[in-house]
Design a protein around this ligand. Structure first.
Ligand code: NDP
Length: 510
């Protein structure tokens, strides 16, 4: 095991004598006892050596026969080789989707579509352990998150939208909701199965067919989902899955027979996609980056807030578009809160994603680890104060310590750029107006959090925050019935709830 000393050894020494040893010493010292390993069984997943594309209800090899390897970021070992779609394969997939739209899926009644969606949801629940393990192996996220968050939420999205499929006539009063046609969907690597569900469930409920490109580092749960489609007897071509490089994503976006484009990922690629659909009548939703402010007032329940802060930034290694990566603390409680936070950080367990005790797993890729490392180095160079708890990291794999920066200025890169890693920047404020000004001082506008005892303050703050989602006295809460999406450079369009359904229909007068 690698071991790094705390960045503040003198603070450790100071606190060690006084702290209780039942739960840890706090102030950055590793807890004095170890959890026995509780590894989830990997063999519940039957990995194939080689995966094809899923087009027209069949597994097919890529034109040209090229493949790429998906690796386990916690071990750096290969998991499987995957067919690498080309523009010709994208064309085949769009044709298959169009055929299904014209001849099968697009002809079904809402009631029939609902039955398929309920069936998919049920199969996801039945195979939930398999999906959770595979997702953790391919993405690096802790098993307790894939098991308790990603997979159940994915299943509940299909369940929720199944409920809408036969009720479209009532969803938009006075209007007739028609499907758009073929939807091109591009998803990222941070919540592979969940993002698939956010996109495929409403699209199918509304009667569209889809071609989905997963991220190159996490294609496996989408390919397992292809098996679910077959198991559910979904008409061939209704869902097509085409892993491949980013450029192939662009040939999907610009394909002439696509009616709708839905993208989740970086703002940079979002801009390219915007340009790719400009001048066409394709519908578009973009869910892009974020730099959320998590604001703690002096009347907040501090211990509860600490849990919310930890969940806000260290959940899924901080690889979350709506992560609470900027902590704004009211000046009068800053010292107390930061002390408590450091104590809490010392209890976070970083390591094997498949260990049920793990809180922070592996960073998704070497490239992402390098990006986090570079941004953290910039924070130190620009004068912010770095704090990392002492903790052992596995020898192999892409791991990064939970990191806290104090003395952060708004001009620092760590306060302005999306890091997409377990890195929290702490800033302070004196008045609610200053908190609002600092929170909104970002090109992004995806999410925010407010911690206070006063309901009136929550309502006042919410009305002033430029963020698509504002959580009050909680953070990172998701529900299929609730819309999610951003302002400004965080994109536009909403996913989830009726708003998410709206993004997949064309409304006509009765
Ligand atoms: P990208 O935006 O590049 O990837 C998201 C998806 O877009 C992937 O499926 C990717 O495919 C695809 N893609 C890449 N290039 C193109 C293109 N030209 N046209 C169409 N699709 C394309 O994110 P990265 O993986 O590069 O991550 C970079 C940064 O983006 C992160 O550090 C983070 O800050 C941010 N990010 C934000 C996310 C969010 O949820 N808001 C999610 C992921 C990243 P492929 O994997 O094959 O490249």
């Amino acid at each position: 095991m690698r071991h790094m000393a705390s960045s503040d050894d003198s603070a450790v020494a100071r606190s060690a004598a006084a702290a209780p040893n039942s739960w840890g010493f706090g102030d950055g010292q590793a807890i004095p006892w170890d959890y026995a390993p509780a590894p989830e069984a990997r063999d519940i997943v039957s990995l194939k050596e080689r995966y094809g594309l899923f087009i027209g209800g069949r597994e097919v090899q890529a034109t040209g026969g090229e493949t790429f390897v998906s690796i386990d970021p916690s071990t750096e070992l290969p998991l499987a080789s995957v067919a690498k779609a080309t523009a010709a394969d994208i064309d085949k997939a769009v044709r298959a989707a169009r055929r299904a739209y014209r001849r099968s899926w697009g002809q079904l009644s809402g009631k029939e579509r609902a039955k398929y969606l309920f069936r998919i949801s049920r199969i996801l629940q039945e195979r939930s352990r398999e999906f959770a393990v595979l997702e953790s192996m391919d993405s690096g996220k802790p098993i307790k998150e894939s098991r308790d968050v990603d997979v159940p939420l994915a299943a509940s999205h299909f369940w929720y939208y199944a409920g809408w499929a036969d009720k479209l006539d009532y969803a938009f009063p006075g209007r007739v909701a028609r499907p758009l046609g073929v939807a091109a969907q591009i998803i990222p690597w941070n919540f592979p199965l969940l993002m698939l569900a956010w996109k495929i469930a409403p699209a199918l409920a509304a009667g569209n067919t889809v071609v989905l490109k997963p991220a190159s580092t996490t294609p496996l749960s989408a390919l397992l989902f292809a098996e679910v489609c077959t198991q559910a007897d979904l008409p061939p071509g209704t869902v097509n899955i085409v892993p491949g490089p980013g450029e192939v994503g662009m040939s999907l976006v610009t394909h002439a027979d696509v009616d709708k484009v839905a993208f989740t990922g970086s703002t940079e690629i979002g801009r390219k996609i915007y340009r790719g659909v400009a001048g066409t009548d394709k519908a578009l939703t973009l869910e892009l980056g974020g730099k959320a402010a998590n604001i703690v007032f002096d009347d907040a329940p501090l211990d509860q807030a600490i849990e919310g802060i930890v969940n806000g930034i260290y959940f899924n290694q901080g690889e979350v578009c709506c992560a609470g990566s900027r902590l704004l603390v009211q000046e009068s409680i800053a010292e107390t809160l930061i002390d408590k936070l450091k104590d809490r950080l010392a209890t976070i367990r970083v390591g094997d994603p498949l260990d049920k005790n793990t809180d922070v797993g592996a960073i998704n890729s070497k490239a992402q680890l390098e990006k986090i490392t570079e941004l953290v180095a910039s924070g130190v160079a620009e004068g912010a104060e770095l704090y990392q708890p002492a903790c052992d990291l596995p020898e192999r794999g892409y791991f990064f310590r939970p990191t806290l920066f104090t003395n952060v200025a708004m001009s620092h890169r760590i306060a302005a750029e999306e890091i997409f890693g377990p890195v929290l920047s702490v800033l302070t404020f004196r008045t609610p107006d200053e908190a609002v000004e600092k929170a909104n001082n970002t090109p992004y506008g995806l999410s925010a959090g407010i911690w206070t005892d006063k309901g009136s303050r929550i309502l006042d703050m919410v009305s002033k925050m430029k963020a698509g989602v504002v959580w009050a006295n909680t953070f990172n809460r998701f529900d299929p019935t609730s819309p999610f999406g951003g302002y400004k450079e965080s994109g536009f369009g909403r996913e989830g709830g009726m708003h998410g359904l709206h993004a997949y229909v064309r409304l006509e007068d009765r």
